[in-house]
Write a protein that binds this ligand. Structure first.
Ligand code: BG6
Length: 520
């Protein structure tokens, strides 16, 4: 098979500067999995539709099951009709897009299968399609190292040399190990033959517009940056709540739990963006250096600290919005006496000059009343409260809320005088809302991430030392929990905001959780 092509890179606006995305082939290992149909292909389709993919490009799906190029294309189209963010697939656009999709069947352990993959790529003719390769590991974690080794052995992966004409990059989905030790081993395996900068570890939270906006917001607005420190900020709350339970993912979740599934990655990433020092530039390494420094400044948790500063929980049967919900222990593939946490809340401290003494409260859980992710920055009260005698009850703190999702936006709460002859105060809000400001279009996280990966911009991907620093924090928590079973105070009813113990965690310092509000 060979193609006559004219090559054309596309210039796309990426973090920091406009970058070139060269013609390339994206090889998806584990192409029959959920991620490919739900996220990767819809993202690539939308990028193609909006003219953001280079010409030419190819996508090759690699998975065990035998199927033809056409049957794979058919499957993907059916999935896209259901899952595309625009809920519609333009037949003509799909036709042109689908002509770039190919399938190669093979077992991940079978070196002959990689030989077949290489042959398929060679048939693409164009050097860029043969040699600019984004090798996407959408497989189970146990296959990461096997695939990386095989693509290297068959000659599809080369160590990047400065000035080289072509590039190959490995894109890896979480989990990156299950603790520090396994993460180190995995990182060693992935970088055995290539450079760290060729490994792009995905945390899809970094692909969200609103998460990217944290840095933009902080470092382009002098008024807020000046307030971003211990003398003005009283506490920070990061909430990632999910309405869904574990659903069909019980098997995976039994091994992960909320700590590994969410806190170790998404929440600590958001924390590092909220709290890091200004980077020296918008280059990937400059930003990642600051994020690592922040993670390393988090006060280590000793086992006795875990008892005081961390709360885990597990949902039992309840109801959400009037719908009955089963408990975690009744979910498919979950042990009936499981002690796995579906909720975790932690009070962390960042021991540096900027944040000394400011509590950072992070929480995430499944089967909570609604799905919402937000960062709430609460400012200290005024030094002298003029209105205290009369208005104490209504003097609320100033609060800046970064709404990551849904109802994406930022609000600032402050006190204002209620019109009238008395001096009553009430909290009022200044609102920025993405949809009303910029219209409804917000690209899916994977669109951004794939584009950045093709362009070789590592800013939105997690560097080795970030992963390892985050595991140190998660491991300390797990060690503190040990093998202790869950106690009554750690269970919560599906549809509530988590276990009672989580309220105590904040009450001890005179704080309280502020739950995200349903979007109107
Ligand atoms: C994934 C977790 O990384 O993030 C899931 O494995 C979780 O358990 C999901 O549901 C949440 O992502 P989002 O983008 O829906 O907030």
């Amino acid at each position: 098979m060979s193609f006559q092509v004219t090559t054309e890179s596309v210039n796309v606006p990426l973090i920091g500067e406009r970058r070139r995305v060269d013609p390339c082939t994206i090889v998806i290992f584990g192409a029959s999995g959920d991620l490919t149909a739900r996220k990767l292909i819809p993202a690539l389709y939308h990028l193609f539709e909006s003219g953001q993919l280079p010409t030419p490009f190819r996508v090759v799906g690699f998975a065990r099951r035998e199927k033809s190029h056409d049957s794979w294309r058919e499957e993907l189209r059916a999935a896209l009709e259901q899952l595309s963010r625009t809920k519609s697939v333009d037949a003509a656009v799909w036709q042109r897009f689908a002509g770039n999709l190919f399938y190669c069947s093979g077992d991940f352990n079978d070196s002959a299968a990689y030989g077949r993959l290489k042959l398929l790529l060679e048939g693409f003719g164009d050097e860029s399609l043969k040699q600019n390769l984004l090798l996407y590991l959408a497989t189970g974690p146990s296959q990461f190292a096997v695939v990386a080794e095989n693509v290297f052995q068959v000659g599809l992966l080369h160590k990047w040399e400065d000035g080289a004409d072509h590039w190959q990059r490995l894109v890896v989905e979480k989990p990156f190990g299950r603790d520090l030790q396994s993460a180190r081993l995995l990182n060693n395996d992935l970088t055995r033959h290539i450079r760290e900068r060729q490994v792009l570890r995905i945390d899809h939270y970094l692909g969200k517009e609103t998460v990217q906006n944290i840095l933009m917001f902080r470092f382009s607005n002098a008024i807020f940056e000046r307030l971003w420190q211990r003398e003005t900020i009283d506490n920070v709350q990061i909430t990632v709540s999910e309405k869904l339970g574990v659903g069909s993912r019980g098997g995976y979740y039994e091994e992960a739990g909320a700590l590994r599934d969410m806190l170790q990655n998404h929440l600590l990433q958001v924390l590092s963006l909220v709290a890091m020092e200004p980077p020296v530039s918008l280059e990937a390494e400059a930003i990642r250096n600051e994020k690592v420094k922040l993670l390393q400044s988090i006060r280590p948790l000793r086992p006795e600290d875990v008892a005081r500063q961390v709360v885990r929980g597990q949902y039992f049967a309840g109801a959400i919005g009037g719908e009955p919900r089963i408990g975690y222990r009744q979910e498919i593939k979950v042990r009936p006496d499981s002690n796995v946490e579906t909720y975790v809340a932690v009070n962390l401290f960042v021991d540096n000059w900027r944040w000394s003494g400011v509590p950072f409260y992070l929480r995430t859980g499944k089967s909570l009343p609604l799905s919402a992710s937000e960062v709430r920055i609460e400012f200290r009260p005024t030094p002298h409260v003029l209105f205290a005698a009369r208005e104490e009850a209504s003097m609320m703190p100033n609060v800046l809320t970064l709404r990551v999702q849904p109802n994406e936006g930022i609000s600032l709460a402050f006190n204002g005088k209620v019109p009238g002859t008395n001096s009553a105060l009430r909290q009022v809000q200044m609102q920025f809302n993405y949809t009303s400001e910029f219209g409804a279009y917000t690209p899916e996280a994977y669109e951004r991430l794939l584009l950045e990966a093709m362009a070789g911009n590592a800013t939105l991907f997690i560097r080795r030392d970030e992963v390892e620093s985050a595991w140190k924090i998660a491991d300390a928590i797990r060690e503190g929990w040990g093998a202790k079973p869950l106690t009554n105070r750690e269970f919560y009813s599906a549809g509530s905001w988590g276990p009672v113990a989580a309220e105590d965690l904040l009450a001890r310092s005179g704080h309280a959780w502020h739950d995200p509000q349903p979007s109107v």
